[in-house]
Design a protein around this ligand. Sequence first.
Ligand SMILES: Nc1ncnc2c1ncn2[C@@H]1O[C@H](COP(=O)(O)OP(=O)(O)OP(=O)(O)O)[C@@H](O)[C@H]1O
Length: 521
Amino acid sequence: MFLFFSSLKNSSTQAQLNHNTTTGMWMGAASMAGSWVAAGPTIASFMFVWAMIQQYCPQAVLRFFKKYWRRLMNYFHPYIQISIHEFAGERLKRSEAFIAIESYLSKNSSNTAKRLKAEIGKDSTNLVFSMDDHEKVTDEFQGVKVWWVLNRTGSSTNPDNSYPNPDKRYYTLTFHKNHRSLITEPYLKYVLSEGKEIRVRNRQRKLYTNGSGGRWSYSHTMWSHIVFEHPATFDTIGMEAKKKQEIIDDLQTFTSSKDFYARIGKAWKRGYLLYGPPGTGKSTMIAAMANLLNYDIYDLELTAVKNNTELRKLLIETTSKSIIVIEDIDCSLDLTGQRKKKEEKLKDDEKEKPSKESSHKEDESSSKVTLSGLLNFIDGIWSACGGERLIVFTTNYVEKLDPALIRTGRMDKHIELSYCSFESFLVLAKNYLNLETHPLFDQIKELIEDVNITPADVAENLMPKSPKDDLEKRIHKLIQTLQQAKEAAIVEESQEANTAESTTTYLQSQTEGERSSSSSI
Ligand SMILES: Nc1ncnc2c1ncn2[C@@H]1O[C@H](COP(=O)(O)OP(=O)(O)OP(=O)(O)O)[C@@H](O)[C@H]1O
């Protein structure tokens, strides 16, 4: 026994000495290993004695032993360890604490850790380092040293290589028990807040999309991402200044209203409905929103989502500070008002001939996202997890949408993106031509107010197509397009007027005919 304790004490002293070296507590691994080899037979003897005691000792004596054994261990190893798992508790989502610690440690990993992982940082201009698996990093807080290790148990993928194995990485934080309150309270608080800040500062924004296929062969749809680098900003969007400012104010008020949302008991999210003809800048507006707020984008392809459960899973996986986009919501699913009528008709038909066919139809529809599933996605209980999110729908046909989907509270702000006005043209002219004024702009003003031309078409005309395309040429090209559009509109109008006139004449002759036949009767 004595031999055991003395060798244990020696190893412990060795470990403590190692703590005091600049390279941290693990640097003396080789000498530690030597001590443990020497202590091997002693440990074996001890285990044998302990087994005997456990078998033959009365319970009271055993409790006594256990109590003093723990005290003894505390004496020789006075360190506390805290583990922070990557997928602790919420198995569907990476732990926020883990992510924050990862970012925090990236700060001094590059100075102390020997093996580092490098990732491309913000704007693709720098590399961000983080510690690799099983690396150790020493940190100091108010003069107290702590040690972080990133552990990994098992492999990063399942044996069948089908999806990442989520439960395997965790950090351990080790510190002396004398500093328990300092480390568990102010230090960890500091680590989390600093980590979150570093993450926002360094992170590459991402554009996520859901869809089967890709790197992992999932049986269900999951998010995959690329770096989000769209250059659109509110400065580049052709839109009336007042309307633009209103949207910017709304977004900025939202992002700074965390406390307000908490106070009124509402989930910190806001819905935007962007509607208007194709080419009026709905997608561009989403990119500008993400750039303004520094958010990620989740481009949700509803047709690739099997059912409501899968939709909920995708929602849970989204992170804070993000925009969830469903483009062309009217085309994504049969979510229009007419859907109900169709369903009712189908039910009536099926009532008349209950058969295998109808049960097959039910099966099919149960594997689809439904309107109620989508409503739940927007404002159900699950929608509150993650916080600070915008949900944006776009459509070319707002009148087709089910009113339940776009009512205030779900889609809080409805923004119409329309044909190009002269004010919008001036923004495009400044961006594409670098011109604020030009003698031909008066002519453009007159024309543009008479025709329906999208900003996309205006932009296309202002784009240089060859080195010879100087400013004058591009302005003339736009004027020509506007004139053609105006002529086409006049022709269309006169055709419509002719059709209307001939319909009226036809109806009149019909009525007169009916009158004369009834008078002859
Ligand atoms: N208001 C605008 N300001 C600046 N550029 C615009 C604007 N509208 C359209 N554009 C230009 O036209 C192109 C197409 O626009 P965008 O895809 O945003 O339109 P959309 O309304 O989303 O179209 P769709 O309904 O077909 O998806 C963009 O690349 C952008 O450069």
